[in-house]
Write a protein that binds this ligand. Structure first.
Ligand code: SF4
Ligand code: SF4
Length: 410
């Protein structure tokens, strides 16, 4: 226990300390919604004067007045078919978009997406070949965390694309187009490969997973000091209520309720307040005993991605001809999802594509592959009663011997 506590403490200090350094070196500006401002407007002023007195660029003026050429900026603001209120409304939206644009480090964002695609592609190949093992898994999490969180920072993130889009739309009535593109890329990844982006690319996701694996036995099959699987009905209800609260607060009061407790601030620790620090500490401590608490209980992308998982092209699949019904996979799965997959429950929780079930199965009945999941045969895993389950072949002699040796070693 003391070794685990020490590893946890060192890990947190390293993540916070190195992220602080990295964000000083090349962190973007803080992402905050611009304050409601009082606009200067005189009917006889030109568009250009309106821009300079209100701090709006030519680009923003184009969006407000629909200018066709820079020369149109010499016209008076009253010569456009817009009321004063419409000008103010359009100006507030243009200002919000400019503030978003100005807060980004575009080089870092492009680099991050390129590295994400390369890294996730590599993990996908390893997963397909069944090459992700207990030993490599935790180092892959640490590598991902170091690259996409510590080095490349909190922005962008899958969570941010959903949360910030809801908040900006609710508070200012605008959509930031680059965020829509990023969200499209993340959703495409979910459609192609389940929650690979959450499992292996998301900064907060890999941070929680790396912590969770500190409290696992050597073969990554069970918690060393107790780990708990909260029923999905509970976690998903909390997550839906939280999402509804986020949306209501944004649209009704222009408030961002995630901001004070945003765990992605771990990668920009100087912006963590007392509330944020305490909340983050709670989530990380809980991650030792519960699998990805932030993802299951609060994350807006977690919820949206869970819905999109239903149409994923590749995912964990079970070959029931090879399955001997030992349920080793569902016991080793960090959450309740493998149990639901095995039994083809109507509602399956999030699968974070960790590959533990694939590694654990003694008969290699589980794979990461394309196609619809088959239903278990009658009589197996609660299939139709009264029907004899087909006799499953025993594990191949070399697999069985290997398993026995591993069990003895454990
Ligand atoms: S569900 Fe978890 S892994 Fe996915 S975006 Fe949210 S925090 Fe990241
Ligand atoms: S079913 Fe469970 S063990 Fe298997 S990949 Fe998904 S989360 Fe991991």
């Amino acid at each position: 226990m003391s070794k685990m506590a020490l590893q946890f403490a060192i890990g947190i200090v390293l993540v916070l300390g190195l992220s602080w350094l990295s964000s000083l070196l090349w962190g973007g500006k803080p992402e905050t919604l611009p304050e409601d401002k009082t606009w200067v407007y005189r009917p006889e002023m030109t568009v250009e004067q309106f821009g300079s007195e209100n701090g709006l660029s030519l680009q923003a003026l184009k969006a407000v007045f629909g200018l066709k050429s820079p020369r149109d900026a010499g016209q008076t603001v009253s010569s456009f078919a817009l009321s004063k209120e419409q000008v103010f409304d359009q100006a507030a939206k243009a200002q919000a978009i400019e503030a978003e644009h100005g807060s980004k480090n575009w080089f870092k964002i492009r680099l991050k997406f390129a590295l994400w695609l390369a890294f996730l592609g590599t993990i996908f190949v390893l997963m397909r070949r069944g090459r992700i093992t207990a030993g490599s898994r935790k180092w892959l999490y640490v590598g991902s965390l170091a690259a996409f969180g510590v080095a490349l920072g909190s922005d962008p993130s899958p969570m941010g694309t959903v949360k910030d889009a809801v908040v900006l739309l609710g508070a200012k009535g605008v959509i930031f187009p680059p965020r829509l593109i990023a969200f499209g890329v993340f959703m495409l990844l979910v459609i192609l490969a389940n929650k690979f982006i959450c499992g292996w690319g998301c900064q907060v996701g890999t941070l929680q997973d790396a912590i969770f694996r500190l409290n696992r036995d050597r073969r990554d099959r069970a918690g060393r000091f107790g780990q708990f699987k909260i029923p999905f009905a509970v976690t998903n209800t909390v997550r839906i209520v939280f999402f509804a609260g986020l949306t209501a607060a944004a649209f009704l009061w222009a408030l961002d309720i995630v901001e004070p407790v945003d765990p992605f601030r771990a990668f920009k620790p100087q912006t963590l307040g007392i509330v944020g620090g305490v909340f983050l500490g709670g989530v990380l401590l809980m991650s030792l005993f519960v699998y990805r608490p932030w993802c299951h209980l609060f994350c807006p992308f977690g919820l949206v991605g869970w819905l999109a998982e239903k149409i994923s092209l590749t995912k964990v699949r079970v070959d029931y001809d090879k399955c001997i019904g030992c349920e080793a996979c569902s016991k080793a799965c960090p959450s309740t999802v493998m149990d639901a997959i095995l039994k083809q429950d109507r509602v399956a929780p999030d699968c974070f594509a960790c590959g533990t079930c694939i590694e654990t199965c003694p008969t290699k009945a589980i794979s990461w592959s394309a196609g619809k999941r088959a239903a278990p045969p009658a009589g197996k895993f609660g299939g139709s009663p009264g029907t004899e389950a087909p006799t499953a072949p025993p594990p191949a002699p070399d697999q069985a011997a290997h398993q026995t040796r591993r069990d003895a070693a454990e």
